[in-house]
Design a protein around this ligand. Structure first.
Ligand code: XMP
Length: 513
């Protein structure tokens, strides 16, 4: 196993992710972990992450010197490389030539770090992000790659098995970065690479048990992938010490609320409180047209109802959340303890503070696709694990420029279900990031049978994306769209026209509100 010491880089978790992809178990600790803890962990190798600080600045984070005395290989990345140089007797200076973004390095020498990937004399693309630079190497080190702004772009002391890179091998913009990390873990540290999601499951369960003890946990279940996986995992760890609270705001996709109850209560035997609060939400949303107002209303009410149910239940000291790594905006704070800001998947920030409970977040280190893999490992049905993302405020923000009513929600649910059913039948579901219907606030004239109609229009939206930050439209063929349109107009009363949204993101957003 590998220990990653975190100096506050935004991409530290990507190092862990690359290691897991290569089948290597690793843990990320704050940089100030003490010597005893480090020795007890007995890693096969240590990786020092990047970070925003400058090693030359007073009070900048420095790890215990034991890192370099444990007799195991060390890889320093960016800030980590500079630390390595400074702590082992080299010199680091602030540089006036800053390098950010894409850069090229000249490979100067062969190295265990480059084995089978980079050859001496090669020119390779990397992702740089640094201001300081190494100006004198510690004894025993040599330069193995240079770049224009960083004469010490990569350095090595092969005897002690210490390596430093000024660039970030963990990001996708360093094309061979994963292979370099693999050289370090497999080649230099001798990891076998046989760690799997099954092992993660076992370790996560042990960690949950250790954290919770005899305590009781409440978990907000939304039916989405993250909270579902968190709930099943925690249930496997502590059984009936867990109670899930499903605040049903009545704004889910058609049939989803029932599926959540069926799956978790009946199939997984999880204690589940299903609070049908749709009446409450609809009343609060009455006359609310502004998108942010809708979000705020729903977020506030969600917290209130959840809190009420948790209080009624009583006695729970822990709150479980399906927070993923991308939700953790800031990781270990460079100057000290782990201070984190969390964006809840329900956009209901404030839940933990308000409830004064300790957080259980077993998915904090994982990325979405890893959570899906874990969910499959746990036997959660594909219909939940592979489900498209869904916004916390639900269908309320798919009824743009209008207030939410029970009738509008019902109409939208039907149209949406038809669209998704056709997408599944055509085998396209997994190729699409998100697909849904939007109920438009326009009425238009149509003709059905012998009669005139004057009904609402609905827009269909389907996009491809890798992270929701940017998106392209999904290029359905017209025959498919025609089929969906015809079904919706025929089967959903109140809708007589269907359009397809062909706007990418940017400049559009995925949701209409
Ligand atoms: P946009 O519309 O900003 O959406 O392109 C990007 C992704 O975020 C989801 N989304 C939300 N999720 N609460 C959420 O939990 C929200 O208020 C919210 N708004 C958008 C959206 O579905 C897409 O996946």
């Amino acid at each position: 196993r590998i220990l990653i010491l975190d100096f506050g880089s935004q991409v530290t978790q990507l190092i862990a992710r690359r290691l897991r992809e290569a089948g290597v178990y690793c843990e990320i600790w704050p940089w100030n972990a003490d010597e005893a803890r480090l020795r007890a962990f007995a890693p096969r190798g240590i990786i020092l992450s990047g970070g925003p600080a400058s090693v030359t600045a007073e009070g900048s984070p420095h790890p215990t010197p034991a890192v370099f005395e444990a007799g195991v290989p060390v890889l320093g990345i960016c800030y980590g490389e500079q630390l390595m140089c400074q702590m082992l007797g080299g010199e680091v200076q602030g540089s006036d030539h800053q390098e950010f973004g894409r850069a090229f390095v000249e490979v100067q020498a062969g190295s265990a770090l480059f084995s089978g990937v980079w050859q001496a004399g090669g020119r390779e693309q990397v992702w740089m992000s640094h201001g300081d630079r190494v100006t004198r190497l510690p004894e025993g080190f040599r330069v193995i790659a240079t770049s224009e702004g960083a004469p010490y772009a990569a350095i090595a002391d092969e005897a002690r098995r210490f390596y430093g890179v000024q660039f970030h091998p963990e990001v996708a913009h360093t094309p061979h970065g994963a292979a370099l990390l693999r050289n370090f873990t497999h080649g230099v540290c001798g990891c076998r690479g046989d760690w799997t999601m099954g092992a993660f499951r076992a370790e996560a369960i042990a960690r949950i048990r250790a954290q919770v003890g005899e305590g009781r946990v409440v978990c907000g279940l939304s039916g989405g992938v993250d909270s579902s996986v968190a709930a099943v995992l925690i249930h496997e760890a502590i059984g009936d010490q867990l109670t899930c609270i499903f605040v049903d705001h009545g704004l889910l996709r058609q049939g989803e609320a029932e599926e959540v109850v069926r799956t978790f209560r009946d199939r997984f035997n999880i204690r589940l409180i299903h609070r049908d609060a749709s009446e409450l939400f609809l009343r609060a949303l009455e006359g609310v047209v502004d998108p942010e107002q809708k979000r705020k209303t729903i977020g506030r009410l969600f917290v209130e109802v959840f809190d009420e149910e948790a209080k009624r239940l009583g006695g729970a000291g822990f709150l479980a959340q399906g927070t993923l790594y991308p939700d953790v905006i800031e990781s270990a704070h460079p100057t000290g303890g782990a201070s984190v800001t969390i964006k809840s998947h329900h956009n209901v920030g404030g839940l933990p503070e308000r409830m004064n409970m300790k957080l259980v977040e077993p998915l904090r280190e994982l990325f979405k696709d890893e959570v899906r893999a874990l969910g499959r490992e746990l036997g959660i049905p594909e219909s939940i694990v592979g489900r498209h993302p869904f916004p916390g405020p639900g269908l309320a923000i798919r009824i743009p420029s209008a207030a939410v009513t029970r009738e509008a929600v019902a109409m939208l649910q039907k149209a949406d279900a038809i669209f998704l059913e056709e997408i599944r039948a055509a085998g396209l579901y997994d190729a699409i990031w998100q697909a849904f219907a939007v109920l438009l606030p326009v009425r238009s004239v149509g003709v059905m049978g012998d009669g005139r109609t004057y009904d609402q229009a609905c827009a269909l939206r389907a996009v491809t994306s890798t992270d929701g930050m940017t998106a392209d439209i999904y290029p359905f063929d017209m025959a498919f769209l025609g089929r969906v349109a015809s079904r919706i107009v025929n089967e959903v009363r109140g809708i007589n026209r269907v359009t397809y949204d062909v706007t990418s993101k940017p400049p559009g957003t995925i949701e209409w509100e």
